[in-house]
Design a protein around this ligand. Structure first.
Ligand code: FE
Ligand code: FE
Ligand code: ZN
Length: 276
């Protein structure tokens, strides 16, 4: 059984997201913990959270993958802005406790000229401040395309952040468009890329996937998503992914440039690629 879903709008409420997901054949989903381009979070609603938790269980959903705001840059150069970003991470993780057991994924950040090493240590510092061992959430770093000063474009950088943070519940969310744009050849050598991931990060850290085709060539460092099968990754790559013994068990989130009915079609197409 594949766990497939897409990004839904948290403003409709938690239970409503579960119902929307079911209406398009999804059995997991992602949502932004606050406005993706801003910092405002919705007020908490414990009754809605409880109703969502029981609906997720009744309908056997896979783990959800919440997404931190794009504007949260833990390694920005201005110390006040950096402290504010760290504060947002703290607040997001505290809120995630309302829906226990799910993933919280975020973009590690852009070092904006400070250098990769400084960026990595600033990201790790913020994470150490925000993570509390009692939080029932696994925090995931997203693999990035390496656009501009983005950190997380190589497996080595992700490993360095994990090492610097230490022993919390941490993992990685692999974005198929990002790793391809970052230079990893998942089209011709998916197993080779996964072996490399295993050597450097460890496959036990791989917790979720973002399924996106790419508008660009490998190593373009561009990060432009395309609909499944319509870009340079192609349908065969996704066929291999949904039939892969390790990958097929992970929650798979679509972030393709389409709408809800487009997601419904992509989900059913991906399910049809799974060999019985
Ligand atoms: Fe992302
Ligand atoms: Fe992504
Ligand atoms: Zn992207």
């Amino acid at each position: 059984m594949l766990y497939l879903g897409c990004h839904l709008s948290a403003s409709e409420g938690n239970l409503a997201m579960v119902n929307t997901a079911r209406s398009i054949g999804a059995n997991t989903f992602a949502f932004f913990t606050r406005n993706p381009r801003g910092s405002k979070a919705k007020p908490e609603d414990p009754a809605d959270c409880a109703a969502a938790v029981s609906a997720l269980k009744d309908h056997r959903f896979g783990k959800l993958v919440a997404h931190g705001s794009y504007t949260m840059n833990l390694c920005t150069a201005d110390p006040d802005a950096r402290a504010f970003a760290a504060q947002i991470l703290c607040d997001d993780l505290r809120r995630m406790a309302a829906i226990p057991g799910y993933f919280y994924n975020f973009h590690p950040g852009c070092h904006v000229g400070q250098g990769t090493e400084t960026g990595i240590s600033q990201i790790a510092d913020a994470m150490k401040q925000a993570l509390a061992p009692e939080y029932p959430v696994t925090v995931l770093l997203e693999t990035m395309a390496g656009k501009g000063s983005e950190i997380g474009g190589t497996f080595e950088q992700l490993r360095a952040i994990l090492d610097a943070v230490g022993s919390y519940h941490l993992g990685v969310c692999l974005d198929t468009c990002h790793v391809w744009d970052g230079g990893y050849d998942i089209v011709n050598d998916l197993d080779g890329v996964l072996d490399e991931f295993d050597r450097i990060v460890g496959l036990d850290r791989l917790c979720a996937l973002h399924l996106n085709d790419s508008k660009n060539q490998r190593s373009s460092h561009k990060d432009r998503h395309e609909c499944i099968g319509q870009g340079n990754l192609g349908l065969d790559t996704f066929r291999r992914i949904v039939n892969h013994p390790v990958l097929s068990k992970l929650p798979m989130i679509l972030e393709t440039p389409t709408d809800l009915s487009g997601y419904q079609e992509e989900i059913s197409m991906l399910r049809s690629l799974e060999q019985a």
